[in-house]
Design a binder for this molecule. Structure first.
Ligand SMILES: [Zn+2]
Length: 677
């Protein structure tokens, strides 16, 4: 196992693996350690573009004028080259080159194309302006303004274009007039109402989504700059390596170090980060190079309409970003030129964006409507989702994860039978709920605490699907697989290699050295146990000879009771390092505090846990709790009725057979019946 990890590490230290996308035989996206910058940046980049100009599909790709060169995070740089033909710019066709902090070209995107068109106009710009005057109704205050000659590609056909603005009080447009035919090829509105609006789209299941909360324009409140910590320092001993890329096996992680508050860590840059950072796979351990998530939101590209949801500011803004096949390299707000997001082309991000954006809205609404929990942290913090990342050497694109330090949800691109991972409501809610847990109980991601953390995410996913998908289903993640098969089952966890009892073959024993390689002590395995408990209390069943009555016969009511208990359990009762035994106690307490008069609920919770091997079941009538109902219990009950003894809470639960709140002669009759049966 060590050898494997070492291998992963040594590749991850020197950057991500190569990834290249071609469309119609032309390179459109490429990432990896593409080229080393030497001396002058622009000259060096042009040299590289010259090397790959054939792949880019344009012999002059290395000679295009530099449109923009900006410094990004740290030493990183972004260069944009404008495609031109005979010095005439081609509208919207660029090559974007990104240089990382190590001085390497780390990604490149291109939409240039070969253009075969005469660049000598057949009509003059005055001809073009006169046709606009004829065709467009203008008031006295309107006027025309010539902008430039350009090449515009519409439906794959290039046009030589005069770009002319028509300005009026009511409406301003950019008109594109063909310089060879003198016809209006296209027009864009120049003014539009900036602000929150609504749109529609098509999600990854090819379902129409009629209501998307989006933002017209780019005047929305930015979320700021965020970066993961530069965690691994020479001075501190981590188990995967240090700043100079050396590995020291067998070290232990110290959660608190440097000049930070308790519960925080100091990184190589001297910044403090919550120790929570270390709890999640793919977040802390194993990433001992530079900060691997760097989002400088001023660098993100936007469109006319952007997936930014400010519709419920008290629950925080939802930002949905597209990774466009890279890994936090080429980010943009998912955007569209109209209010419809329905391009069925995954690299265009619309379908992934629609799924993530819509499911996140529903998740926030559920947490607020049912539990008064606002945003990802309970007090209205924004939610950021990043969709369509591709694999790096250590992170699979067939996964999704929550970044605890940044409160960011991230969904892989899928592939090999998988849709992008934001295709499923329960997975979107699952990732968000890791945030819910991080900001409430803080259950650590190890052993049984981690298994409860994982299960709580699965369970919340079930609740949200149930509300928005007509009762939902008892599987998790079925919508990300084209086969429709779920990844986990609440009804029968062993069908997906999870235990449904602590004595089950699949149960993972406590691991004193929880690591990514052992799933932190089986957090994704043992979660089957609390998942099964959730199923039992809502649906009711007999499990390993113990009968669990559902909370309510009506499953909708039963689900609401369970939702309240699970939410309170995680929010107010559980602690960071709790295990299943304490978890059981605390769920019983949460149940009793929420429903003091519903001792039947208490019995349901107790028996559900007992049926998985944790604690003992509550037998009605067993007032001395010796797991058998007999004459001893009747003697105790008589003494309680006579006033000789005060009944404890437990005895009230056990002895109040007819659930009328007191122990009396009718309950004795009930116990006699139990014994006689
Ligand atoms: Zn999870």
């Amino acid at each position: 196992m060590r050898a494997i990890l070492f291998l992963l590490l040594s590749t991850s230290l020197f950057g991500i693996q190569n990834n290249t996308i071609y469309e119609n035989g032309q390179l459109t996206f490429s990432s990896g350690n593409l080229h080393e910058i030497r001396d002058d940046v622009e000259t060096s980049v042009r040299g590289y573009l010259s090397d790959i100009k054939t792949k880019l599909g344009h012999e002059a790709a290395h000679e295009f004028p530099l449109l923009k060169q900006v410094n990004g995070f740290g030493e990183s740089e972004h260069l944009v080259f404008q495609q031109t033909e005979n010095d005439i710019p081609v509208f919207g066709k660029t090559i974007r080159v990104h240089i990382n902090q190590k001085g390497l070209i780390s990604s490149l995107s291109s939409n240039v194309r070969s253009i075969n068109i005469s660049t000598i106009p057949s009509f003059s710009k005055m001809d073009a302006m006169s046709i606009l005057k004829d065709e467009l109704p203008f008031s006295k205050k309107s006027y025309l303004k010539y902008k430039e000659l350009l090449i515009y590609v519409k439906n794959d056909s290039p046009h030589l274009i005069y770009s002319i603005e028509s300005i009026s009080f009511e409406q301003s447009r950019n008109n594109l007039v063909d310089a060879h035919t003198n016809e209006i090829v296209d027009l864009f509105p120049l003014t539009f109402d900036e602000g929150p609006t609504t749109g529609s789209g098509v999600n990854l299941l090819d379902e129409p989504v009629d209501l998307l909360h989006i933002y017209e324009g780019e005047a929305f409140t930015p979320f700021g700059n965020i970066a993961t910590p530069n965690l691994v320092c020479e001075e501190f001993c981590f188990d995967y390596g240090d700043c100079d890329g050396q590995n020291y096996w067998g070290c232990t992680i110290t959660a608190s170090q440097g000049d930070c508050l308790d519960g925080e860590l100091e990184d190589c840059n001297g910044d403090c980060f919550s120790e929570w950072y270390m709890q999640f796979p793919g977040v802390g351990n194993g990433f001992c190079n530079d900060p691997w998530i760097e989002i400088d939101d001023s660098q993100l590209s936007t469109g006319m309409y952007n997936m930014v949801d400010e519709s419920h500011p008290e629950l925080g803004t939802i930002y949905t970003l597209n990774s466009y096949g890279g890994f936090y390299e080429d980010l943009s707000y998912v955007n569209s030129t109209t209010t419809n997001f329905e391009l069925v082309n995954i690299t265009n991000s619309h379908q992934s964006g629609v799924s993530a954006h819509d499911y996140q809205r529903k998740t926030l609404d559920y947490f607020w409507d049912y539990h008064n929990y606002a945003g990802i942290n309970g007090t209205g913090k924004r939610t950021i989702s990043v969709v369509n990342y591709f694999s790096t050497s250590s992170i699979s694109q067939r996964n999704a994860f929550y970044n605890a330090a940044l409160d960011i949800l991230t969904y892989g691109y899928g592939g090999n039978g998988y849709r992008p991972f934001c295709a499923a409501q329960d997975i979107v809610t699952h990732e968000f709920s890791h945030g819910f847990t991080a900001h409430t109980s803080g259950l650590i991601y190890r052993n049984q605490a981690g298994a409860m953390n994982e299960s709580i995410s699965d369970v919340m996913g079930y609740f949200v699907e149930a509300v928005y998908q007509d009762g939902g289903d008892w599987t998790e993640g079925e919508d990300v697989r084209y086969s429709g098969e779920g990844g986990r089952s609440f009804i029968h966890p062993p069908s997906h290699q999870q235990p449904d009892h602590i004595n089950h073959y699949y149960f993972v024993d406590y691991n004193p050295n929880p690591l990514w390689s052992n799933d932190f002590g089986g957090v994704h395995t043992n979660s089957g146990i609390p998942n099964k408990i959730m199923y039992l209390v809502i649906q009711g069943d007999e499990h390993y000879d113990i009968i669990v009555e559902p909370f309510e016969d009506d499953i909708v009511q039963s689900r609401i009771v369970a939702g309240n208990i699970w939410f309170a359990w995680n929010s107010f009762y559980l602690d960071k390092e709790d295990d299943f035994d304490i978890g059981r106690e605390k769920m019983l307490q949460a149940c009793y505090d929420l429903y003091p008069n519903r001792l039947d609920y208490y019995q349901t919770v107790s028996n559900a846990w007992a049926s998985t091997g944790i604690g003992s079941p509550i037998l009605s009538g067993d007032v001395n709790d010796d797991q058998v109902v007999n004459i001893q219990d009747i003697i105790i009950m008589i003494n309680i009725i006579m006033g000789n003894w005060d009944a404890t809470d437990t005895q009230l639960i056990l002895g109040d057979i007819n659930s009328d709140g007191i122990i009396d002669i009718l309950d004795i009759v009930g116990v006699v019946n139990i014994i006689m049966n």
